[in-house]
Ligand binder design. Sequence first.
Ligand code: ZN
Length: 97
Amino acid sequence: MDFVEPHSPHWFYLVEQIDWSLAAWAGTSIAFGRSKNVCTFCSDIDARDFRVKSARLESAAVPSLRLCSTCYLNRLIMGDRLVAAVAGNSWAANPAP
Ligand SMILES: [Zn+2]
């Protein structure tokens, strides 16, 4: 699947069908952060894009997330496999100070 930019209209279209609460949460994060370029979960402005390879059935088809370093680690703990959308731009390879 082609990379779906997090928080784009196409991303919301897909995620609203898969996980309505995640789409609603992302909408709140964007409103709170006053930008689409914030973390999907917490509105942190220092966020990077990831493809999601989930082991969890309920979010198997969420294509991508925009994550700060904290939420990146939380998603790993929850069982997601995250692949940087831009090669080398993962929090794992290049963590925040
Ligand atoms: Zn976050």
